[in-house]
Ligand binder design. Structure first.
Ligand SMILES: [Zn+2]
Length: 498
């Protein structure tokens, strides 16, 4: 376990060459009462930093009980906390909790106030050029307490925590891999990336491209990407002031958002491969970011454009995918009593056999229904009353009513012209319990009599049902005994005046 973890661990510390301010006039603000703009945040300067001591700049109660757009609080958290628990919005001088942006989802983390209290950051968002931390109060925490401990200048500890660190590693692996994949597609196959998403763990991320790729092309792209991974190409960020023309920046990235007011232009560089405007928290090297591209493209149908998605996995998400795929395959192989490579063949065999078996059951049922109907139609009519009888079956058919119905259809064809009849057909499963269902079907030549018998079944046997014309069907819940329920049906039929 330790060895497996070690091979996927990122470097322990971000190299000092990762974050490069390439402008002589740009510096990270140091005034503890001013927020560092998004683009120069600690998480963007050092993506491997797990803890930071900083100061509060502002705090206010959120106007809405939920974080704007999709709050990323897990279901477990939602269940554990009252949905009405207030949110407070905290702006800090600096932060290692990445605010959602540029296609990369928000981090989660923990703030520690000077009194030792821990506060859950459930989401961070960029407002203009500032990172806003959304803190969900615990039942014992109050807004007043938050306003006090996050007053301007108050010391605050920021950490990603265990959950936040895992999430960060996943986002960094997937985001850097997306840059790599887009760059290889562009340089090697001249295919631009139209859109992309790293989605959320454990789903694969994707890049959207203008055409489908053959299996050979996908294998080629994957191999080219992984050559660069094995080389362990370094990743660094270049930062300078944002000028007007930078807004026109285009490329595989989403570009710089129109509402961004941080004043910083950030370019993520994969050594010798790619330069891309991006605000994300990238792995400082491709080393160990092994990239797996799902070996098919998925066509998207849109009225305006045609594009396909190419899905990919890397880092912790690749491991999760391998684990779940292996578990599913092993479980299926166990059920099929075969080795994993034989699973598709064995499943196909079972599906084919099942189709044949279903067809045979249908044929036999049709034959049986005709045979039962012949037997019923041969019953001697009781004078002018015609054929009046109850036939009960024990049958584990999942569509018992359908089978009873086919008996009545066959009966119609076989009964002698002009002979009046009233049939009550019922069908119970072989092992009955208090919740078992017995299906009842009444079929007669006189619609009124069918309805009278149906009403009696409701009243005396508590059968729930209804009908129209010559057929009435219903369900009886519980154990159907011929000595009790069967007798009751016989009495209903006897007592009626036909
Ligand atoms: Zn990016």
């Amino acid at each position: 376990m330790a060895a497996a973890t070690a091979t996927l661990s990122p470097p322990r510390a971000t190299p000092p060459t990762y974050h490069r301010i390439v402008s002589t006039t740009l510096a990270v603000p140091t005034d503890p009462l001013q927020p560092v703009p998004v683009g120069l945040l600690a998480c963007q300067r050092d993506p491997l930093l797990n803890e930071l001591a900083t100061t509060a700049v502002s705090c206010r109660e959120s106007q809405s009980p939920t974080v704007p757009s999709n709050a990323r609080e897990g279901k477990k958290k939602k269940a554990a906390q009252a949905p009405s628990a207030p949110l407070v919005e905290v702006i800090l001088h600096d932060t290692i909790i990445f605010p959602e942006g540029g296609g990369q989802p928000s981090d989660v983390g923990i703030l520690t106030s000077v009194d030792g209290e821990l506060w859950d950051v459930v989401e961070a968002k960029r407002h203009g050029g500032h990172a806003v931390h959304y803190v969900r109060l615990k039942p014992e925490q109050s807004v007043d307490q938050a306003l006090k401990v996050f007053s301007p200048g108050a010391l605050v500890g920021v950490s990603l925590g265990e959950e936040g660190s895992k999430r960060r590693l996943d986002h960094a692996s997937m985001h850097t891999s997306q840059h790599l994949l887009s760059a290889v597609l562009e340089h090697k196959l001249d295919i631009p990336t139209l859109a992309w998403s790293i989605t959320s763990h454990p789903s694969p991320g994707y890049v959207e491209i203008p055409r489908g790729l053959s299996a050979e092309e996908i294998a080629f792209v994957q191999e080219e990407c992984n050559k660069l991974v094995f080389e362990g190409r370094s990743v660094h960020v270049e930062v300078e002031e944002l000028d007007a023309e930078s807004h026109a920046y285009t490329g595989p990235s989403v570009g710089i958002p129109q509402d961004y007011t941080g004043g910083v232009k950030r370019t993520v560089v994969i050594d010798g491969i790619d330069r891309n405007p991006c605000c994300g928290t990238h792995a400082p090297t491709l080393h160990n970011l092994q990239l797996f591209v799902l070996p098919h493209t998925e066509t998207l149908s849109r009225s305006t454009a045609s594009s396909v998605r190419l899905y990919f996995l890397s880092g912790p998400r690749l491991l999760a995918h391998l684990t779940s795929s292996h578990t599913l395959l092993t479980a299926t192989a166990g059920i099929m009593s075969c080795g994993a490579p034989s699973v598709p063949e064995r499943v196909q065999q079972v599906v084919d056999e099942r189709k044949k078996a279903t067809k045979r059951v249908e044929d036999l049922e049709a034959e049986l229904a005709a045979s039962v109907a012949t037997e019923l139609a041969a019953t001697a009519p009781k004078g002018s009353e015609g054929i009046v009888l109850h036939k009960h079956r024990t049958d584990d058919n999942t569509n018992a009513l359908g089978f009873l119905s086919s008996i009545t259809t066959a009966f119609s064809a076989k009964v002698k012209e002009g002979v009046p009849f009233l049939l009550v057909l019922s069908s119970s499963p072989s092992a009955q319990t208090g919740t078992s269902t017995t299906v009842v079907l009444i079929f007669g030549s006189d619609d009124k009599k069918v309805k009278v018998v149906g009403d009696e079944m409701k009243a005396k046997l508590n059968v729930k049902g209804g009908g129209k014309g010559s057929r009435w069907s219903g369900k009886f819940t519980g154990v159907w005994k011929e000595t009790k329920e069967g007798e009751a049906v016989a009495r209903i039929l006897d007592s009626l005046q036909f």
